[in-house]
Ligand binder design. Structure first.
Ligand code: ADP
Length: 488
């Protein structure tokens, strides 16, 4: 396997179209989670670098970029699209090396990124002027303008940055905003390569800036910065609380997509040939490091035993290994910290009295230097157990029996989260009732995890607010201004 020439060496910060050293002069390692090897050195940006990037983004926002027409921004997005498509294999390989996902998944992510860019390229006329009727005396014309908000801070997670970065870059370029992006310290490389491609596509200097660094300093500085108008964040509830606090200084607009503990409900009448692999991969995909994962798997009591057996059989067919190896279904977890967290929850589940039906162990042998864990099934779980209430972010399924539709809905909604949910049934009215009843931002019926940028997704309850994808997302990068014009 050829390592792309981009991987290796020392990476800098991308500010104002230039690659610059961080003020601190410090750096940290990008680690390949499949073997623990260092891939590159990453610049450790801090508050002073965020200051520079935010000032640069402000200047760019007010400069010639503000006069680009919708058609010009559309052409730009199409040039970005062409470059991302031309470099899809390279980007996927960088992503797999840096965060571990199977290469087939990373390629899927690159394709989805392309589809997302194409969607945002259709949204470049969203900043608009509309006229309204009014009941005012005299000759008054009333309009509303939608104008770009300004400088956006994008705080990116590590579980699929090759996709996540476009939820910020896409609407930023479509609306004429500018951005400072802070990738997650555990997976920066694909975002840095994307920055190079954006420049090659002709994105003006300062429109998209990338400051790598740790959450506690670069991230916190971006979230609190008075020169940033809006923050788009994907990550944990704990960090979101800090970001909400930091937003108070200049009353920043926020978009928060947080964790989940999504219910996936299998009724006795479901087609188990579909439901078993579908529900299992709804958790095991990306080694469980997906915010939408359907980790609370509710199974109707009549088929509980059969379902668990089939789940064990399916789980046994999965191949865990380096994402570069052909046919691998699950790559490593992102870091040793994440591995400890997942194994810690396996311990908790066992101590809580759940039955460990599959997996649960770290993998050794040739995989001993990476952060690999077996796909894991807990059966006989109770919804109040810690493993059923807290987000594990690993390939761990909790199977919970239920009796009827009302019982399933009561259990499904007994969670502080509301991101995703699924239902497997052949009965139309059950499907309808359950999809209406689940309190979450997305529900899948007889499938799990499908997404389309034109539809978008978002959270409810403690899974956050603000929709990603769709025209609504683009709208949230604009502010509205009413204009009263006396034309007498
Ligand atoms: P995880 O614990 O899974 O890494 P986080 O929510 O901590 O999830 O991380 C998501 C993103 O938020 C990362 O880019 C991280 O660097 C960033 N981050 C972490 N802490 C803060 C903070 N206090 N303020 C802003 N961003 C942060």
């Amino acid at each position: 396997m050829m390592v792309p020439p981009f991987v290796g060496g020392s990476k800098k910060l991308f500010i104002g179209g230039k690659w610059v050293e961080p003020v601190s002069g410090k750096a940290f390692d990008a680690i390949n989670p499949a073997d623990g090897q260092v891939l590159a050195r990453i610049a450790q940006g801090e508050a002073a670098d965020i200051d520079k990037a935010a000032a640069t983004a402000r200047t760019a926002f007010e400069g010639p970029w503000s006069r680009w027409t919708p058609v010009e921004r559309q052409r730009l997005l199409l040039r970005v699209l062409a470059l991302v498509e031309a470099h899809a294999d390279e980007l996927a390989l960088i992503e797999t090396l840096d965060m571990g996902a199977p290469l087939a998944r990373s390629k899927g992510l690159a394709n989805f990124a392309a589809q997302t860019i194409l969607f945002y390229s259709t949204q470049t006329a969203a900043a608009s002027v509309t006229t309204h009727q009014n009941s005012l005396p005299g000759h008054m014309m009333t309009l509303s303008h939608k104008a770009p908000l300004g400088v956006v801070g994008g705080i990116i997670p590590w579980n699929g940055p090759l996709m996540s970065v476009w939820w910020v870059v896409g609407p930023t370029l479509a609306t004429g905003c500018t951005a400072v992006i802070k990738p997650a310290e555990d997976a920066c490389l694909s975002t840095l390569r994307v920055a190079e491609l954006l420049q090659e596509a002709g994105v003006p200097d300062g429109v998209i800036n990338v400051v790598t660094g740790y959450g506690a300093d670069a991230g916190a500085a971006l979230a609190a910065h008075p020169g940033v108008d809006r923050v788009a964040f994907t990550g944990s509830v704990e960090t979101a609380r800090r970001i909400i606090g930091a937003s108070a200084g200049n009353i920043k607009r926020l978009q928060l997509e947080l964790g989940g503990k999504s219910p996936d409900i299998v009724f006795a009448d479901a087609d188990l040939n579909l439901a078993v692999p579908g529900a299992a991969m709804g958790v095991y995909g990306n080694s469980g490091q997906v915010c939408l994962a359907g980790t609370r798997l509710f199974v109707q009591r009549g088929i509980h035993e059969e379902f668990v057996t089939r789940l064990q059989q399916f789980t046994a067919t999965l191949k865990v290994g380096s994402g570069l190896e052909p046919g691998v279904n699950l790559g490593p977890l992102i870091s040793s910290r994440q591995l400890d967290r997942v194994l810690g929850y396996v311990d908790i589940g066992t101590r809580e009295g759940a039955t460990l039906a599959s997996g649960g162990k770290r993998l050794g042998g040739t995989l001993a230097n990476g952060y690999f864990v077996e796909p894991t099934v807990f059966a006989g779980v109770h919804n109040q157990m810690k493993i059923a209430q807290e987000e594990i972010f690993g390939p761990v399924i909790s199977v919970i029996p239920f009796d009827d539709t009302d019982d399933a809905l009561r259990l499904a909604n007994d969670t502080p989260f509301g991101l995703g949910g699924g239902v497997w049934t052949r009965d139309l009215s059950t499907a309808h009732k359950v999809s209406q009843g689940i309190k979450s931002g997305t529900v899948w019926i007889n499938c799990y995890g499908a997404l389309d940028p034109n539809v978008g997704f978002g959270g409810y309850k403690m899974s956050g607010y603000g929709w990603k994808g769709s025209a609504e997302h683009v709208d949230s990068f604009l502010y509205r201004k009413a204009v009263y014009m006396n034309v007498a």
